[in-house]
Design a binder for this molecule. Structure first.
Ligand code: SF4
Length: 676
């Protein structure tokens, strides 16, 4: 371990405020995740299936990239390939042009990886991070401390002081007030930005669709309002089909934030159509290598299966004490990717010399593997980094350089090499391994009773400062015959299969009831009305909110727009950001997750469900289906320039993990379900 890394570790551990912030984050994330998985009785099978898909794609990357690129281009998005950081920045700068521009950015780890903000600001542009957590760390001049919760290291007092100093508001610790301030400031950025930049969570080879997930709605804003949208994607983020995407979406939000589906799941297929009212007119996709081809050819290939959910960071007992800023390179620079996966990806992409020591900060307890939704064997990869069994040169070395030289035990002392060799021999034989566990258990049972009085002043470690731990009476292997261990939970195998048996039989589910229940759980409101009661119900609702003007789609099935005009409500077709209420229809809704499905089309601007404080949607009950898979089969979704799946009002938990509603998108979501 390097001196700088040791120093930053000590600094983190001694920081009491950081420790409290990290504990808050971990407890809530792990609890949320466990609860979300309860609703997915077959998650173990899904996890294995997802692992298989990622393995297939990563090992045949070129075969999936070629049809993906062809489809994306056919859809009208301009595709660029960047071999490294310099090339990516050159391409993006070329698209933006020389004139200083305002750039609204949505959260993206791959843009952090290439330090895009820094490069664009140096070129004279103004870049504004629009995810609340990213905005906070940008104002502080810091890097994100977690891959999905950038401001995890801060408490409300820190944010209060920051906003007082940078935004000139009176000091407050009230999180809704802080969030409302950011909403107000960033709304102006969205409305006036020249360019929007996002990452890409998944690219679908079958259809050329880009999938982008955000809870706050900033991803929607930066892809809908500015005329130019640039998406930057790591070359490994491909899934073969929309069905595979549905599988990944059943695992990623549950693992990342404990949600059944992210609030806004966007599917972007093309620039805005000629007859559409909103959406970027020009879209670019930059596919970045930056060392991924080398990683794919190395012993660390499995690290590319990662879908960046951040769960392994939350589960890691080391990360939980340190946070991302403690993971520093040999030169003291903060690693772009921290935690268990970061300790593999950072040296894998940027060099073993610079970041190889990060892999030492792991207890190899296996919690990261257990929690990973795509079942990456992180401990195995961490030991490979430790043993130096990859050899990656510099960050800017050429790409596609083929097979990496494999070395063994680079930089290790003779006893370490000998120990690893002996361990490797034992661990590769199940019988030898089982026998060694028994011997170790016997040894500690003999030592443990004496360890209290073995405390010699010259000895430090076990027996001196601590009692020697008693070994479990049964080995892990023996216990594993009866139990399945996953993260913090231990499920008995029989209990798990019982749960699976109790999985909902969709044919017996009342779809309307289930949809209402799920949407209300995430903060939405559902009203069931008969066809002849709809107008009356809607007008009463608007009166209650004292609303006299609304933005609305040109037409909504099941609803007569003239009823509103006759009741004295002015209807603006199209989008108007100053209006409080937006009324839309929906193509369908998903009962399993409480989700509305809204594709962009002529007369159906996406802004109507995004810009207002209150979004009202009207849907007929037969439009409600059970799952995402059915939605992805619909031609309207496959062919739309952009589709958004909305699961509740806009939300964030970026400050002290406190749930706050209405960051950038609507603060309220009301759905009128018309029976029959
Ligand atoms: S390695 Fe697994 S758990 Fe960690 S971020 Fe990636 S997908 Fe999530």
């Amino acid at each position: 371990m390097t001196t700088r890394f040791k120093t930053s570790i000590r600094r983190s551990i001694a920081n009491e405020s950081l420790q409290i912030a990290l504990d808050n984050n971990t407890q809530r994330r792990l609890k949320g995740r466990a609860a979300a998985l309860e609703s997915l009785p077959d998650w173990r099978e899904r996890r294995q299936h997802a692992h298989g898909i990622r393995a297939e794609v990563v090992s045949h990357l070129d075969e999936y990239l070629a049809p993906f690129i062809a489809k994306v281009e056919q859809n009208g998005i301009i595709v660029h390939r960047a071999g490294d950081t310099a090339e990516a920045i050159r391409i993006i700068s070329g698209i933006i042009g020389l004139e200083p521009k305002l750039i609204a950015k949505s959260k993206s780890m791959v843009t952090e990886e290439i330090e895009l903000d820094h490069a664009l600001e140096a070129a004279g542009h103004r870049v504004v991070e629009t995810d609340l957590g990213e905005y906070i760390v940008q104002l502080r001049g810091e890097k994100p401390a977690h891959i999905i919760t950038p401001a995890v290291h801060l408490r409300r007092q820190d944010v209060g002081k920051l906003f007082q100093e940078k935004l000139g508001i009176p000091y407050t610790e009230d999180i809704p007030t802080l969030t409302a301030t950011a909403r107000k400031v960033l709304r102006q950025v969205f409305l006036t930005a020249d360019v929007g930049i996002t990452g890409v969570n998944f690219g679908v080879a079958e259809t050329g669709t880009l999938c982008i997930l955000t809870n706050e709605g900033n991803g929607r804003m930066v892809t809908t309002l500015p005329p130019i949208h640039i998406a930057l994607m790591g070359m490994e983020r491909i899934v073969p089909t929309l069905d595979d995407l549905a599988l990944m979406l059943s695992l990623l939000p549950r693992s990342a934030t404990g949600q059944k589906l992210t609030v806004y799941t966007q599917l972007i297929r093309s620039p805005r159509g000629a007859d559409e009212m909103d959406g970027a007119r020009e879209r670019h996709l930059i596919i970045l290598d930056n060392g991924r081809s080398r990683l794919q050819q190395s012993a660390l290939q499995e690290a590319l299966y990662c879908i960046r959910c951040g769960a392994c960071l939350n589960a890691c007992p080391v990360f939980r004490e340190l946070s991302g800023h403690a993971y520093v390179g040999i030169d003291g620079s903060i690693a772009p990717y921290p935690g268990p996966i970061g300790s593999i990806v950072s040296p894998g992409l940027f060099g073993l010399r610079q970041f190889g020591h990060l892999a030492q900060a792991s207890s190899l307890c296996g919690a990261c593997k257990d929690i990973c939704p795509v079942d990456i064997d992180l401990p195995k990869l961490l030991t490979r980094v430790r043993a130096g069994s990859i050899s990656v040169t510099s960050r800017r070395s050429s790409v596609n350089s083929g097979q990496l030289p494999v070395t063994s035990g680079v930089g290790l002392s003779f006893p370490s090499k000998f120990g690893l060799k002996a361990y490797s021999r034992i661990a590769s034989s199940p019988r030898l391994f089982a026998f060694s566990q028994k011997v170790a258990g016997l040894g500690t049972r003999i030592l443990s009773p004496f360890s209290q009085w073995m405390r010699l002043p010259s000895i430090t470690g076990w027996g001196y400062s601590k009692d020697f731990p008693r070994f479990a009476t049964r080995t892990f292997r023996e216990r594993f015959q009866h139990e399945v261990v996953f993260g913090d939970e231990i499920f008995n195998k029989e209990a798990a299969s019982e749960k699976a048996v109790k999985a909902p039989k969709t044919q017996n589910v009342n779809l309307v009831e289930r949809f209402s229940q799920e949407l209300e759980t995430v903060g939405g409101h559902v009203y069931r009305v008969k066809q002849d009661e709809l107008s009356k119900g809607l007008i009463e609702f608007l009166r209650k909110y004292d609303v006299h003007e609304v933005m609305m789609w040109d037409s909504i099935p099941a609803f007569r727009q003239t009823d509103l005009s006759e009741a004295g409500v002015k209807v603006v077709t199209g989008t108007n950001p100053s209006l409080r209420v937006g009324i839309t229809g929906a193509l369908s809704a998903i009962a399993e997750t409480g989700t509305l499905v809204i594709p962009s089309a002529k007369g159906q601007p996406l802004g109507a469900s995004l810009l207002a404080e209150i979004h009202i949607a009207i849907i007929r009950s037969p439009q409600i289906v059970w799952s995402l898979v059915e939605v992805f089969q619909s031609n309207e979704v496959r062919d739309a320039s952009a589709t958004v799946l909305i699961t509740g009002p806009s939300r964030t938990a970026d400050i002290e993990m406190t749930l706050t509603i209405g960051v950038h998108g609507p603060k309220e979501l009301h759905v009128f379900v018309v029976d029959g």
